[in-house]
Design a protein around this ligand. Structure first.
Ligand SMILES: NC(=O)C1=CN([C@@H]2O[C@H](COP(=O)(O)OP(=O)(O)OC[C@H]3O[C@@H](n4cnc5c(N)ncnc54)[C@H](OP(=O)(O)O)[C@@H]3O)[C@@H](O)[C@H]2O)C=CC1
Ligand SMILES: CC(=O)N[C@@H](CCC(=O)OP(=O)(O)O)C(=O)O
Length: 314
């Protein structure tokens, strides 16, 4: 079988670096190009040990990428930058599969929202896929089994490792600011609050923080329900939705963020309830994997007709 030629644009960054080994080990994919302006001409293997030999970073403009006639393009670029590549591809009349990790297309009705555990059928064969945000992935997978029971907006306290803030220097990835510290930010209106409210068609309230660990997200979610559930009923509800999912682990135990780091899974647990109808649960995931790169691989596989977990070593 002819391998599919895939380009990774934004390969120097945190999420791009996770995708290189996954794409390289995929039996149906040829990693045709990896872009970086800063590392232009350097061997990828000098930066990422699992990278294929002979592959170099290249500085590619949107027009360069459009001219490569790739079967698929993964955009691991900052918000706002990704759209320029999509526009150049459209202008050139090319129609590769596009997986956009940025937030640029998550509210665009012409794009498929790439949360496979919810939208698998829509993603299968789709051409333009908006990969969900990292916090937004954990929030939705925790809340989806309870959406029909929500009596008010769930309150979500989230803490991310600082790799979530990307490689561009900012207070959110500055070791001096984060030392012995936890940084609250975007106290109202974080983009993932809007993303989850939009996807669930129910408002949520989200309070993000960044902590001195590198990778991983922990979300503590509390909701008022229209009727009381026991902890067992709450867990059973989650199992009815996601009990068969390879990348979701459900348990009555409270998951710890350090156990999710470097794994492809979302761990959801706690499921504490009160007689008054309150439910509190915890979700953890690796922001760079299930929050970004792993989900992009699931989406690429579904769009191209491969096994959803190909290239993702569990
Ligand atoms: N980090 C995370 O946990 C998550 C991130 N995301 C999203 O994924 C995307 C990538 O994030 P992340 O990997 O953290 O970001 P990084 O800041 O780590 O990497 C950004 C990448 O984009 C390239 N880049 C930056 N500016 C430009 C530009 N103007 N033109 C072309 N290339 C550019 C950089 O390479 P170079 O400068 O060398 O060209 C680099 O490869 C973002 O949209 C982010 O919101 C989504 C979920 C989780
Ligand atoms: C710690 C930190 O800064 N995290 C990022 C989330 C990364 C992500 O998924 O953001 P996008 O929606 O832009 O893709 C943030 O809160 O903006």
């Amino acid at each position: 079988m002819q391998k599919k030629r895939v380009g990774l644009i934004g390969a120097r960054g945190h999420t791009g670096a996770q995708l290189i080994p996954m794409l390289a080990r995929h039996p149906g994919i040829e990693l045709a190009c990896v872009s970086s302006r800063e590392l232009d001409g350097e061997a990828v293997v000098d930066h990422i040990p699992d990278a294929p030999a002979g592959l170099n970073f290249q500085a590619l403009t949107p027009e360069d990428v459009a001219a490569l006639k790739l079967d698929a393009v993964i955009l691991a670029l900052p918000n706002g930058v990704a759209s320029r590549f999509v526009e150049a591809i459209d202008r050139a009349g090319e129609d590769p599969i596009i997986i956009d990790l940025s937030a640029d297309r998550r509210f665009d009705a012409d794009w498929t929202y790439g949360l496979p555990e919810r939208n698998r059928d829509l993603i299968t064969g789709a051409r333009c896929i908006a990969n969900p945000g990292c916090y937004a992935t954990g929030m939705q997978l925790a809340l989806l089994p309870f959406v029909d029971l929500l009596a008010s907006a769930p309150r979500i306290f989230g803490v991310s490792g600082y790799s979530g803030a990307g490689t561009t220097p900012s207070p959110k990835n500055d070791p001096e600011v984060l030392r012995d510290n936890i940084l609250p930010y975007a106290l109202t209106g974080h983009i993932h609050e809007r993303e989850v409210s939009h996807q669930l068609e129910h408002p949520v309230v989200f309070m993000p923080h960044v902590a001195p660990f590198f990778r991983g997200i922990t979300l503590t979610i509390t909701c008022e329900l229209t009727r009381a559930l026991s902890p067992t009923e709450a867990l059973e509800r989650a199992r009815a939705s996601f009990g068969n999912e390879a990348l979701i682990t459900l348990s009555q135990d409270i998951p710890l963020v350090r156990d999710a780091a470097y794994t492809h899974r979302v761990n959801i647990g706690g499921f504490a309830t009160t007689d008054e109808g309150r439910l509190t649960l915890v979700a953890t995931l690796d922001n760079l994997l299930k929050g970004a790169a792993t989900q992009a691989m699931q989406n690429l596989n579904l769009a191209m007709g491969f096994n959803e977990l190909e290239g993702i070593s569990l």
